[in-house]
Design a protein around this ligand. Structure first.
Ligand code: ADP
Length: 186
């Protein structure tokens, strides 16, 4: 069963490619950002708590997001396969996920989509024009990119060392990238 994780900068195409991969493999696509935004939209206690973090482009507390994702992966019953987008997002979250019962998160492959900053900024600007997300402002994007470099990129070395990393050029059109991802996963 595919147990995939997508790692990419904000606007790097994790959502778009992740949904396609989920459909390809017949497994659920799960985005930590979406789980969090659902809580914000529903104005739940968790939503009220995490909203400032999302608005400012900072990471929400590790234990909170780990718990949300864990619940999604295990309730009502454990998922055999999945495509994960956005969790783990730093080394501490990876450590937490490794302690989950049943041998941890057990990722089969981690796909790193490499996208240049200029392309990320261009894409997010486009998304903002068409209604997009409330955190798609230039200042928030700068912060998200900074957080990505500092907190998330170290995951790439971790998964490379574990022998599960696949590197894909994430630049260009959606179909072009999807074809590269498929090729890399063969
Ligand atoms: P993007 O990668 O484009 O920033 P996401 O939907 O993955 O979009 O994340 C949006 C926001 O949700 C992040 O800026 C952060 O505030 C929060 N978030 C998502 N996943 C995590 C996570 N694993 N840990 C902490 N915060 C997260």
């Amino acid at each position: 069963m595919a147990r995939l994780l997508l790692v990419a900068p904000p606007g790097g195409g994790k959502g778009t490619q992740g949904q396609r991969l989920g459909a390809d493999y017949g497994v659920p696509y799960i985005s930590s950002g979406e789980l969090l935004r659902d809580h914000v939209a529903g104005a739940t206690p968790i939503g009220r708590r995490v909203r400032p973090y999302l608005d400012e482009g900072r990471l929400v507390p590790d234990a909170l997001v780990a718990e949300l994702v864990h619940e999604r992966l295990t309730t009502p019953r454990p998922l055999g396969g999945f495509v994960l987008d956005g969790f783990p997002r730093n080394l501490e979250q990876a450590r937490l996920a490794d302690t989950w019962e049943g041998g941890g998160i057990r990722l089969s492959t981690v796909v790193h989509l490499r996208v240049a900053d200029e392309e990320v900024i261009r894409r997010v600007r486009e998304r903002a024009k068409t209604g997009g997300r409330s955190d798609d402002t230039l200042s928030t994007l700068r912060r998200r990119l900074e957080v990505y470099r500092k907190a998330t990129e170290p995951l790439i070395g971790l998964y490379r060392d574990r022998g599960v990393l696949v590197e894909v050029d994430g630049g260009g059109g959606i179909d072009e990238v999807a074809a590269r991802v498929r090729q890399a996963l063969l």
